[in-house]
Write a protein that binds this ligand. Sequence first.
Ligand code: SF4
Ligand code: SF4
Ligand code: F3S
Length: 265
Amino acid sequence: ETKPRLPIIWEHYQECTCCSESFIRSDHPMVADIILDNVSLDYTETLMAASGHQAEAAKHDTMKKYHGEYILCVEGSVPIGANGVYCTIAGKTALEHLKEAAEGAKAIIAWGSCATNGCVQGANPNPTGATPINKIIKNKPIIQMPGCPPIGEAMAALIVHYVTFERLPELDRIGRPKAFYGKRVHDTCYRRPYFDAGLFAESFDDVNAKEGYCLYKLGCKGPSTYNACASMKWNNGTSFPIESGHGCIGCSEENFWDNGPFYKR
Ligand code: SF4
Ligand code: SF4
Ligand code: F3S
């Protein structure tokens, strides 16, 4: 209660906004509590009341007043093709916005697969030159939160951790918080006993798929995907893709679009 609220600038570039959608659905911690009590979300195109010049002014005020203190959150990749014209906001390219906002940031959080690895717009042949944040900004700590989108509770917990301890959480060798990306989906999957027993569903309408047989033969990428979906689950702990009957498509791994979430006949 005695601490000033942590200033946050949340940029949106080439993205679908579902990372924000995921974030606002976190219920432990509750996002409303974070936004009202712990942080000052000074700029975000989706959640702020201001728009146009007022919104830009709020962002620039924060960049000036809290230079070196604010956290920059980035949702989306940066198109660097054709001088960045594929994503412009307030008359400037995403590349210009990123460099400007990163300059005074204490740390950067790259939300989702767009910001961490380029996601679908970075898939072959990547027509806009979609580029992840850590390929552009080299002089700031960058926390990588891949996933399409990341789990809302993981996003909220990351912010609360920073506010509480005033330091970054423990990260792995590619910048992901170990607490959420330290294990493979396969390691905590409830279908794992079937995998170990060699019991696999052979098709999506296989009666054994409903019984809980392993989905590996149907393309599940859980064995090579680092994320907390099987333990934290989605929608306030309700379920996750594998529990809904579909294998993991590896949405938190680099180049997952090129590596095959689609079906080929
Ligand atoms: Fe949307 Fe996925 Fe990009 Fe998040 S990572 S903005 S969910 S496309
Ligand atoms: Fe592993 Fe996927 Fe089988 Fe689960 S369904 S045990 S993650 S291969
Ligand atoms: Fe994505 Fe696989 Fe989790 S598809 S949501 S990492 S189960």
